[in-house]
Design a protein around this ligand. Structure first.
Ligand SMILES: Cc1cc2nc3c(=O)[nH]c(=O)nc-3n(C[C@H](O)[C@H](O)[C@H](O)COP(=O)(O)OP(=O)(O)OC[C@H]3O[C@@H](n4cnc5c(N)ncnc54)[C@H](O)[C@@H]3O)c2cc1C
Length: 471
């Protein structure tokens, strides 16, 4: 609980209009895309790095926690003020500072919405590929802090692959710049990369320098429908082995297709057991050739239909299949655990078989879709919390799926991070020595544990609870 004097000091930093303490305002900053909720004591909207630094200096002096927050669209509770404290929202720092067309770099503030940035660079014939499905509302600061990915990661990589430099306010209020605008640079440790995916635990990102690419001339969108899940899964590595790296290689399994068809009637044949949405981009002649090569490569793999969009509306129709997934999942069950495992691409058929076996064993519906091109599968365990015992079964199923993922050489999370939600599983992937080293890094940055406490690592002496069902 913050005392009146502290509130007055915060008002002195951000101004009365940028500090919220009324309960009806606080609840708006206590949730994210999980079903967890915690009420903060105050919410501040600083205007610049100087105000962010002053807030953190005050927090160190008076020992209250600060929780950085962008749009609050995280899937693991990373921005949530567990235990109370101050939520620091970055959305007033929302300017695109410059787009440098000579050097193909841009400098932005953290509160810029991802899609807005993409649109602005594309007006100049440039390209910022990271495309999380939340791009219409997520912030670039949140994207860096979570190292967000999206369908285009298979060809272009994830957010960290585009971050060249950062301005960061450290937990003690010092402001540092990491990296820079040069494509090379090996002076000291790579603090830029350390910040990417640090989930707001090491510093508050107040400026980002991104590298950009030339906008590809054209793209081709393909819907490939398969009569077996194995066919689709094998098609992923067959295409890449054929030396084609598509821009996207999105996968949907049979239960996902059923959900979408039941609700939206998009004309997927009833023989479909799995599908891929494949996009290639680049030079017009090249993508024409690549789409024919892809057809030839995957035809023997139980291919039922191969639809190539002839124009933008047809491409949009194909993407509608993918976009219809989230709105139709609730027809299976009202609650879900949304996991985002990653395995080496060649292990996709094997992991899908294992997930199917887990589904049969625990008798819980599991719907799989996602970015198969980079081995990242969104495993959705659909449950009804009102049904006694179902949540427990889901938890056991998740643990078993994680074990199979790790045995296949994979990782528990490709995009969503650990936050609060995945803490119970962290030790499955990370040995005690590695965890101890990471905690030492956290202490070096934040000796008083001011910034986003309780995230990633379970608090000492606190048995990590299994989180409530994730939305
Ligand atoms: C419908 C939907 C679809 C999604 N699709 C994808 C997807 O395809 N790919 C993907 O990767 N994710 C996806 N996500 C998850 C989420 O959108 C991303 O993690 C996104 O990067 C979070 O951005 P945000 O601005 O909402 O950050 P928040 O949720 O506000 O915060 C996320 C984390 O970043 C920290 N943080 C935020 N800003 C800063 C800052 N300036 N400095 C330091 N730390 C900061 C917070 O403390 C927190 O730990 C999706 C979410 C939803 C709801």
């Amino acid at each position: 609980m913050l005392n009146k004097g502290t509130i007055e000091k915060l008002i002195g930093i951000v101004g009365q209009a940028n500090l919220l303490t009324a309960r009806q305002d606080l609840v708006c900053y206590g949730y994210d895309a999980t079903q967890m909720e915690f009420l903060p004591d105050a919410v501040v909207h600083p205007a610049d790095p100087g105000e962010v630094a002053a807030i953190l200096r005050l927090a160190n002096a008076e020992k209250f926690p600060v929780f950085p927050r962008g749009a609050g669209s995280g899937f693991t509770g990373g921005s949530l003020p567990k235990g109370g404290g101050v939520v620091l929202v970055t959305t007033r720092m929302n300017r695109i500072l410059r787009i440098d067309t000579d050097n193909l770099v841009a400098e932005v503030e953290p509160g810029v919405v991802t899609e807005k940035f993409q649109q602005e660079v594309e007006k100049l014939g440039l390209f910022y590929p990271p495309d999380p499905a939340s791009l219409k509302f997520s912030t670039l600061g949140g994207n860096v802090a979570e190292c967000a990915g999206g369908p285009r990661a298979v060809k272009y990589g994830v957010t960290k692959d585009f971050v060249m430099g950062l301005e960061v306010v450290l937990p003690n209020g010092d402001i540092i710049r990491t990296g820079g605008e040069t494509y090379k640079g090996v002076v000291g440790y790579d603090l830029t990369k350390l910040m990417c995916g640090s989930e707001g635990t090491l510093g508050i990102i107040t400026k980002i320098i991104f590298r950009l690419l030339p906008l590809p001339e054209a793209k081709k969108t393909i819907l490939a429908i398969f009569g077996s899940i194995d066919g689709a899964a094998k098609a992923v590595s067959t295409i890449i082995r054929g030396k084609i790296i598509p821009t996207t290689l999105e996968f949907m399994d049979h239960p996902t297709i059923q959900c979408v068809e039941r609700r939206f009637h998009l004309g997927i044949p009833s023989t479909a057991r799995a599908l891929l949405i494949i996009e290639v981009d680049g030079d017009r002649d090249l993508i024409e050739k690549q789409s024919e090569q892809i057809r030839a490569l995957i035809s023997p793999l139980d291919l039922v239909e191969f639809r190539v969009a002839r124009d933008a509306p047809e491409a949009e129709q194909i993407w509608k299949v993918r976009r219809s997934v989230s709105p139709s999942l609730r027809d299976v069950n009202p609650d879900k655990y949304n996991e985002d495992i990653v395995v080496p691409r060649s292990k996709i058929p094997e992991i899908l078989r294992q997930i199917e076996a887990v589904q049969k064993k625990y008798d819980v519906p599991i719907v799989n879709f996602g970015h198969a091109g980079d081995g990242n599968i969104h495993v959705n365990i659909m449950i009804d919390k009102q049904v006694i015992g179902m949540e427990q079964k889901a938890q056991e199923a998740i643990r078993e799926i994680f074990r199979a993922t790790l045995n296949a050489g994979g990782t528990l999370s490709g995009e969503h991070g650990i936050g609060l939600a995945k803490q119970p599983f962290l030790a499955m992937e990370m040995g005690p020595e590695q965890m101890a080293l990471m905690k030492t890094i956290k202490r070096a940055f934040d000796p008083h544990n001011i910034l986003n406490p309780g995230k990633i690592f379970p608090e000492a002496n606190e048995a990590a609870p299994f989180p409530p069902s994730l939305r």
